[in-house]
Design a protein around this ligand. Structure first.
Ligand code: SF4
Length: 378
């Protein structure tokens, strides 16, 4: 029977120091570790056989002693004339996650990656949350989503957003390690300011991340300006209410000097009224003052009009309601933008592609089911 020590070590997900130590452990000089890092993270090798500047004997020994996670795309659905592509990615154990590529006119090539199979946070408007959490991704599985997109697209990724399936801060250590490797010169070399981590509000982990003083963008999913409504939409709010979440976010601003993004999905008749926009603006302005900042220096609100999801009761607000909400934020000096919609026709909201590929329908029922036709009309 295989024991834990029989399982080959995954070199993808190791830092440079760990790869050097691994090389030493095999009786090789440190620079072999640097060569492996270059092949794995910069060249995107998916096998040891490709590492042609390593001696053949070493490549054979590496193949025996170690492994390299190399994920594959089960399906790829494209939209926006190919500028958006959504991949259903198969993991080694057969589980699947979603990874979305977006190319922008200004030259950015961004990837939205998953950090968990499913999610345990249970937000009521989220397709991923409906099926619950299966497991955390490893560092290798997080990083390889970026490398997979580079393999598929044939070009380098400039920005990574941890905003796919799962709550990144509930998988804290692998997420932090992935961030460091994505940023490192020996890794993918993506600037820390081009990395965004989204959280639904795990307050202790936000405070831990603040202590790291990384220059990444923290995106906090708020979705409501009061606790009663937020607890109904985002159950974790019962554990850490808005005041604690914004205090931790303010601490993040204080420690890093970075603006925090506030994500707000607009659901018609639920959280999109102008007075709710005013309340949100007031709340953010007050918390900015607490850390001696102007609202514009502390926050940026991303308003995301709801993307209809088959089986959910929510509706997308009309444009005039979105504009009225924006005006209220503006009145309080809080900058906000309406998130550019990408890939609406390929269900690019989190969890939706996986849902239409292989999840039994019974597993996704339960939140105000409506028919597919109704969802598409709304
Ligand atoms: S919105 Fe994010 S945190 Fe909430 S259930 Fe969905 S994936 Fe999880």
């Amino acid at each position: 029977m295989a024991t834990i020590t029989d399982i080959p070590m995954d070199l993808k997900g190791m830092t440079l120091e760990e790869l050097e130590a691994f090389a030493r452990g095999m009786g090789e000089p440190d620079y072999r570790g640097r060569q492996i890092a270059r092949w794995v993270y910069q060249t995107g090798a998916v096998s040891f056989a490709e590492m042609t500047d390593l001696p053949a004997g070493l490549r054979t020994r590496l193949a025996e002693a170690a492994q390299l996670t190399a994920l594959s795309a089960l399906t790829a659905v494209r939209a926006d004339a190919g500028d958006t592509a959504k991949y259903l990615v198969r993991l080694d154990d057969g589980a699947t996650v979603e990874t979305v590529f977006m190319r922008y006119e200004d030259g950015r090539r961004s990837v939205c990656i998953s950090t968990q199979v499913g999610c345990g946070m249970g937000c009521t408007f989220c397709a991923t949350g409906l099926a619950g959490l299966t497991r955390n991704l490893t560092t290798a599985e997080i990083i390889d989503q970026v490398l997979l997109v580079q393999r598929e697209q044939g070009s380098r990724v400039t920005n990574v957003v941890f905003m796919g399936m799962g709550e990144p801060l509930a998988n804290y250590a692998p997420t932090l390690r992935a961030l460091r490797i994505l940023n490192a010169p020996y890794g993918l070399g993506i600037g820390m300011r081009h990395l965004t981590v989204s959280t639904v509000g795990l307050v202790p982990q936000i405070r831990m991340l603040a202590q790291e003083r990384l220059q990444l963008t923290l995106a906090v999913s708020l979705h409501a300006p009061d606790d009663e409504l937020r607890s109904a939409l985002v159950p974790i709010n019962r554990r850490w209410p808005i005041s604690e979440l914004l205090a931790a976010s303010a601490e993040y601003i204080r420690q890093t000097g970075r603006r925090v993004s506030v994500e707000y999905v607009l659901l018609e008749g639920v959280n999109d009224r102008a007075d709710q926009g005013g309340r949100l603006g007031r709340l953010l302005a007050e918390h900015a003052r607490l850390v001696g900042e102007t609202p514009a220096a502390a926050w940026h609100v991303n308003l995301i009009p709801w993307n209809p999801v088959y089986g959910m009761q929510y509706r997308r607000p009309a444009r005039d309601r979105v504009e009225a909400f924006l005006r209220e934020l503006d009145r309080h000096g809080v900058p906000a933008t309406v998130r550019l919609e990408r890939g609406v026709e390929i269900d690019a909201a989190c969890g939706q592609l996986r849902r239409t590929h292989g999840l039994p329908q019974a597993a996704v029922r339960g939140v105000g089911e409506v028919s597919e036709a109704e969802a598409r009309r709304s």
